[in-house]
Design a protein around this ligand. Structure first.
Ligand SMILES: NC(=O)c1ccc[n+]([C@@H]2O[C@H](COP(=O)([O-])OP(=O)(O)OC[C@H]3O[C@@H](n4cnc5c(N)ncnc54)[C@H](O)[C@@H]3O)[C@@H](O)[C@H]2O)c1
Length: 299
């Protein structure tokens, strides 16, 4: 491992605790969160919007896995989401730079494309599969906060830092299994939150998902990645199948109630009718990431 001591923000959360697990034994891990988690690591308890706290937490670290955030559009007001997610990300980069920690791997989201959650406020993609060069068109505060987080990252990389923005689709945490199963039993009648899971079954029009253990492994790969002459990379992360009962393009066509966007590589869905809308090649070829888990057993 190229890194010896890594700060994980959001380390007490569902994904953050998996990231801590994925790094444990490979480097020293330090956690920051508003509450202390269970992992036996050094903890800095407090708010990521507190620049002084983040500065203390990152001291002596050579990299950061920035996971802390208000993790969706329903868990806070728009103002809180933008404040915590954007100022938090700025603090992490500013503190990392000041402490000499050269790389930040940040948790962005597929929502930056603008086609994920809020019905009536979703912009259909320009083309399929959606790759990392696709324009970002966030239409809700959460997606906007993730786009702005990527902008913060890019800005710091222009002056010497290294960053990798990971864009997971809906993370199928085990704590959400009951929700995913409830949706599978009754796709039309399902109401988000009805089964009492940690978060509702989501994943947008075609029910994308990715396993948190895979996302955590992607964090490790992104920390280890030889960036060459690049300073900034972005990768979509998804299981290679959706949870939708219908094939992906069929479901998308029904959902859009109109023609599909131009399909640049039809072979993707000929080979795998349930392939996600996102192009997973870049993650595979550059990051060396391929999902090892999927939640089809939960349907
Ligand atoms: N859950 C998903 O489907 C999904 C999809 C794509 C991206 N993400 C991103 O993944 C990351 C982790 O989300 P999760 O699903 O594990 O949710 P989570 O709520 O379990 O984790 C978020 C963690 O951040 C911490 N946190 C929140 N505000 C904070 C603050 N102001 N200061 C310090 N810590 C704070 C929380 O206490 C929590 O432990 C987030 O960045 C989220 O935006 C989640």
């Amino acid at each position: 491992m190229a890194f010896h001591r890594v700060l994980v923000t959001g380390a007490a959360g569902l994904l953050g605790s998996e990231v801590v697990r994925a790094l444990t034994g490979r480097c020293e891990v330090v956690g920051l969160d508003v509450r202390r988690g269970d992992a036996d690591i050094a903890w800095h308890v407090g708010d990521v919007t507190d620049r002084a706290l983040v500065g203390r937490a990152v001291e002596g670290c050579d990299a950061v896995a920035h996971v802390a955030a208000i993790p969706n559009v329903v868990s806070g007001t728009g103002a809180d989401i933008v404040r915590v997610n954007v100022v938090g990300t700025w603090n992490v980069f500013d503190a990392a730079e000041a402490a000499g920690a050269r790389r930040v791997v940040l948790c962005s989201s597929d929502s930056v494309v603008g086609f994920t959650v809020l019905q009536g406020r979703m912009v259909p993609p320009d083309y399929l599969p959606i790759d990392e060069a696709h324009p970002m068109r966030p239409t809700d505060p959460y997606a906007l906060s993730k786009k702005l987080g990527e902008e913060v990252a890019e800005s710091f990389t222009l002056r010497g830092m290294e960053a990798v923005a990971l864009r997971p689709v809906f993370i199928a945490h085990p704590q959400s299994r009951v929700e995913i199963e409830a949706r599978a039993r009754d796709p039309k009648g399902y109401r988000p939150g009805q089964a009492g899971g940690a978060q509702p079954a989501a994943g947008g029009a075609v029910w994308h998902h990715v396993d948190p253990r895979d996302v955590a492994r992607a964090f490790r790969l992104a920390l280890e990645l030889d960036l060459g002459t690049q300073r900034f990379e972005r990768f979509f992360l998804s299981a290679d199948v959706t949870l939708s009962p219908e094939p992906t393009l069929e479901r998308l066509a029904a959902w859009l109630k109109g023609p599909l966007p131009p399909i640049r590589d039809p072979g993707v869905w000929e080979a795998n009718p349930h392939a996600p809308l996102y192009d997973l090649r870049r993650a595979r070829e550059i990051l060396g990431f391929e999902a090892e888990h999927d939640a089809r057993g939960w349907r």
